[in-house]
Design a protein around this ligand. Structure first.
Ligand SMILES: [Zn+2]
Length: 156
């Protein structure tokens, strides 16, 4: 199968084009601000390498899934639209409390010792978000160079 024909999910950060990558980081920035508003601990350097930004992206899209399901279904009984039955309060609760949800993400951040409102990440000054996005986009571009024909044949 042609790799380039596959759909790339937005939380697969390493496969995104520079434009989509920037859009996801921007969405994560808003999401981090929102979590802070809720009183959650989010380190100021959440986007820095080592903070599992890939996991944070998955968490964001999972949050979207449990809170804003895209699929509306027509209830044949009432003739009214209702939300996708796959979206449940339990899913939303799991998003918060499970080790693979926000609780687990907080543990990762806590282990790094980084905090909100600090401009230090480890022993270094926190890189700017802009710097991190650009470096990530460069890595992605390198990775997305077309494979040599021999490696494509091997995949068949
Ligand atoms: Zn940090």
């Amino acid at each position: 199968m042609d790799e380039s024909a596959r759909v790339v999910v937005p939380w697969d950060l390493d496969r995104l084009s520079a434009k989509r990558l920037r859009a996801v980081y921007t969405a994560l920035q808003s999401f981090a601000a929102r979590l802070l508003e809720w009183g959650e601990e989010v380190p100021s350097c959440w986007y820095a390498p080592g903070h599992q930004v890939h996991r944070f992206a998955a968490l964001l899209y999972w949050f979207e899934r449990v809170n804003r399901p895209r699929t509306l279904v027509l209830d044949p009984e009432t003739g009214k639209e209702r939300i996708d039955p796959a979206a449940s309060a339990r899913d939303a609760a799991e998003w918060f409390a499970s080790p693979w949800g926000l609780t687990g993400m907080r543990d990762v951040w806590r282990q790094k010792g980084c905090k909100a409102g600090r401009d230090v990440h480890g022993d270094e000054p926190t890189p700017s978000l802009e710097q991190v996005i650009r470096q990530h986009a460069v890595r992605n571009a390198r990775r997305q160079r077309p494979a040599s024909p021999s490696s494509a044949e091997n995949r068949q």
